[in-house]
Design a protein around this ligand. Structure first.
Ligand code: GFB
Length: 313
C-alpha cells in the first residue's frame, strides 16, 4: 500500500553504518534533509539488549534502518551456523523491540534473497516465502532473516508499528569484504583476478562448478531503494530489491577478469559448494511502486575495482 513518509527533519538511525550496506545508506541519506545517527559497537552493541535500549532512550531516533547483520559468503555461512543464526536474531529482535518501546515512527529491516526456497520458481516473487525447503549452506542466516520479516509484520499487526522489510539480492560495492575465506563471490573474484594479474599467474580458481546463477545489485542502488521505500511504502509484505538479470558464476568470473585485465584461465574447485542453483528475484513489485535500479553491472564492477586499487592493493 503506497503512503508517504517525510524524512525531512527526522533523526534517522542507521544500524550497521560501518558495513557495505549501512555506509551506502548513510551516503544516500545525506541527500535527504534529515539527521543521520550512528553508533559504534562500543556505544551500542546490538546483540546486548540493555545496551540497545539505553542507546534508544538517549538518542531518540524517529526512523531506523537495520543494515546491521552478521554476513558472509557461502563458506562463512556454512562454517559458522550458530553465529549467523544467534547474532542476526539478537540484532533484529533488540533493535525492533527498542524501536517500539521508544516510539520509532518508521523502521526498515533488510534481509536477503536467501530467505526463499532453494528451488523457488524464477524469477522469485515475494509470495514464494516459506513455500519450500531452504538452501542448506545458508539456512541459518535465512531463518534469522525470515524471523526479522515476521517481527516487522507482527509489530505492525499487534502494535500498529510502521515497520517494513526489503530483501536485496546479492550485493557488491564500496566497502565490501575482500577476505577470501569469508567474502562473497564478487570481491573474491576481483581480488583473485587482480593478484593473479600482478603475479603473472596463468589461472585463477573459482569455487564450485561455475554454473550457479546469481543476480547482482550495486549497493548504491540498494541504498536508493531504501530511501524510496522509507518515503513511499507502508505495508506488511516485504519487497524484493534486485537488478532484474542474473549471470552464471563462470561468466561473472570472465567479466571480472576482462575488467581487471587478467587474460588467464578460470579453473573450478568443485570441492567447494555451489549453493543454490539460481536466485533471480522478481522486481515487479518495486517497479510497480515506481523504483528502478540504475547502475549497470560492468560499470559497477569497474568502479569497485578502481576503488580497490586506490586502497593500495
Ligand atoms: O557470493 P557467494 O558466497 O554467496 O557465492 P551465495 C555465490 C556463488 O559463487 C556460489 C561461487 O556458487 C559460490 O560457490 N563462487 C565461486 C565463490 N568462487 C567463489 C569465491 O572465490 N568466493 C565465494 N564466496 N564464492 C550467500 C549466502 O550465498 O549469499 C548468504 O550464503 C547471503 O546467506 C549472500 O544470502 C547474499 O549467493 O551462494
Amino acid at each position: 500500500m503506497p503512503g508517504t513518509f517525510d524524512l525531512a527533519g527526522k533523526r534517522v538511525y542507521v544500524a550497521g553504518h560501518r558495513g557495505m550496506v549501512g555506509s551506502a545508506v548513510v551516503r544516500r541519506l545525506a541527500r535527504e534533509n534529515c539527521t543521520v545517527l550512528t553508533a559504534t559497537r562500543a556505544e551500542a552493541d546490538l546483540i546486548d539488549q540493555a545496551a540497545v535500549r539505553a542507546w534508544f532512550a538517549r538518542e531518540k531516533p524517529d526512523v531506523v534502518v537495520i543494515a546491521a547483520a552478521k554476513v558472509g559468503g557461502i563458506l562463512a555461512n556454512d562454517s559458522f551456523p550458530a553465529e549467523f543464526l544467534y547474532e542476526n536474531l539478537m540484532i533484529e529482535a533488540n533493535v525492533i523491540e527498542a524501536a517500539r518501546q521508544h516510539g520509532v515512527a518508521k523502521l526498515l529491516f533488510l534481509g536477503s534473497s536467501c530467505i526463499y526456497p532453494k528451488f523457488a520458481d524464477q524469477p522469485i516473487v515475494e509470495d514464494a516465502l516459506l513455500t519450500g525447503p531452504l538452501e542448506p549452506t545458508n539456512e541459518w542466516y535465512a531463518v534469522a532473516k525470515i524471523a526479522g520479516i515476521k517481527l516487522c509484520q507482527a509489530y505492525r499487526r499487534q502494535y500498529g508499528c510502521d515497520y517494513i522489510s526489503a530483501m536485496p539480492t546479492n550485493l557488491y560495492g564500496p566497502g565490501d569484504n575482500f577476505d577470501l575465506a569469508s567474502s562473497h563471490v564478487m570481491p573474491a573474484l576481483i581480488r583473485k583476478a587482480h593478484e593473479a594479474k600482478l603475479a603473472g599467474a596463468g589461472s585463477i580458481t573459482i569455487w564450485g562448478t561455475g554454473t550457479p546463477r546469481r543476480e547482482f545489485l550495486h549497493v548504491d542502488d540498494l541504498a536508493d531503494a531504501c530511501a524510496f521505500l522509507l518515503k513511499t511504502y507502508s505495508d506488511e509484505g516485504h519487497v524484493n530489491v534486485g537488478s532484474g538479470t542474473d549471470i552464471p558464476i563462470r561468466d561473472l568470473a570472465q567479466l571480472v577478469c576482462e575488467i581487471v585485465g587478467f587474460p588467464g584461465e578460470i579453473v573450478c574447485d568443485t570441492s567447494k559448494p555451489d549453493g543454490t542453483p539460481r536466485k533471480l528475484m522478481s522486481g515487479s513489485k518495486i517497479a510497480g511502486l515506481g523504483w528502478q535500479p540504475k547502475i549497470e553491472l560492468h560499470e559497477g564492477i569497474g568502479a569497485v575495482y578502481e576503488l580497490y586499487k586506490q586502497l593500495g592493493h
